[in-house]
Design a protein around this ligand. Structure first.
Ligand SMILES: [Zn+2]
Length: 344
């Protein structure tokens, strides 16, 4: 089969396109003919070697998200059949540890991710455990975006915090893959959404997908604008996927009793920051870490997609053979939403 893979770590140029052996399936696995794969920041982190401890061997095929058609199923597969359209569920889990038994598979002690711990979706075929596909009849390119980013935003805003109608939420990184879903989900829950960006064309897009206020952080003082918008109170929830550079601003703009959600594969092991602990405790702020989500999150979020309440935001589409160009685009700060690889 044709695939885009790496044999060493580095910049976008380390991605090779060519022939690679077809994947085999075991009795519990599903072989999917991939029609579209959307890019995530995680793909870039794997490519540069940020997850060396999880990548088992080279060549390694990148890619977490995919939409396609079931080509073949193992003997024990009972959730999908050949010819069915499916999307992936990115989290690999054992189903037996205390977290899995408690329904928190995203905290599994054997936690893994498609495209990191096993070969990924930048390929004509992918084999995954049956737990890692769900049926979904939808346009392939759009469907390929409704996975890692959507689950992460859905889990964060519906499970980690109790975002409700009338609340104010600030979304850092609103034009990112997770950000565009966070804005839509916060809107869907009835919140007023504030975000920030550096370019007018991005601000226009963020407003189109639901942001009520978009601050130009190069020209305006973000904190002052947030305080003005919230009548000096601050926001109820901050969705912070940027990390050390923004956390103290997040603390400043959160109102008393509010919540800050910290997430993002872009945050490195070495990223530390002094935080204003006094402000944190005096303001009674809850600080939450979050990672991806569960299959229930995917099912719930997909139901909102079907109702037309959450939409795909596709920045650009590339052919699989142009995965290098797609990764160059992923690294530039010049996109809104998801980049998709089309595989035909
Ligand atoms: Zn587990």
């Amino acid at each position: 089969m044709k695939a885009a893979f790496i044999r060493r770590y580095g910049g976008p140029e380390v991605i090779e396109y060519g022939e690679i052996d077809d994947p085999k399936i075991s009795e519990n696995e599903v072989l999917v003919r991939v029609k579209a794969a959307s890019l995530n920041s995680l793909d870039g982190v794997v490519r540069v070697g940020g997850y060396k401890q999880f990548v088992k061997k080279f060549p390694h095929i990148l890619g977490v998200d995919f939409a396609g058609v079931v080509e073949k199923v193992g003997n024990k597969v009972n959730n999908v059949t050949e010819g069915q359209r499916v999307i992936g569920f990115p989290v690999l889990y054992d189903g037996t540890c205390e977290y899995c038994k408690g329904g928190m598979i995203n905290l599994c002690t054997s936690f893994g991710v498609i495209g990191r711990d096993i070969n990924g979706s930048y390929a004509e075929l992918i084999s995954v455990p049956q737990e890692n596909v769900i049926p979904f009849e939808w346009d392939y390119e759009e469907a390929s975006t409704f996975q890692l980013s959507l689950i992460t935003a859905w889990h964060a805003l519906t499970k980690r915090v109790n975002l409700r109608r009338g609340m104010n939420v600030f979304v850092w990184g609103g034009s990112g893959g997770v950000g565009v879903f966070a804005i839509q989900i916060a809107k869907l829950l009835g919140a007023n959404v504030i975000s920030a960006t550096s370019e007018e064309w991005k601000a226009k897009k963020l407003k189109e997908i639901g942001a009520d206020l978009v601050i130009n952080y190069k020209e305006q003082d973000v904190l002052r604008e947030v305080m003005q918008y919230t009548n000096g109170k601050g926001v109820d929830v901050v969705f912070d996927s940027l990390g050390p550079d923004t956390l103290n601003s997040s603390i400043k703009m959160t109102k008393k009793g509010g919540d800050i959600i910290v997430l993002g594969v872009g945050i490195k092991e070495s990223d530390t920051t002094p935080i204003n602990l006094r402000a944190l405790y005096i303001k009674y702020i809850r600080l939450h870490g979050t990672v991806i989500g569960t299959k229930d999150d995917l099912v719930e979020a997909i139901s909102k997609v079907k109702e037309g309440k959450i939409k795909a935001v596709i920045d650009s589409v590339f052919s699989l053979k142009d995965a290098v160009e797609a990764h160059k685009k992923l690294e530039e700060n010049k996109k809104v939403g998801k980049i998709v690889l089309k595989i035909d």
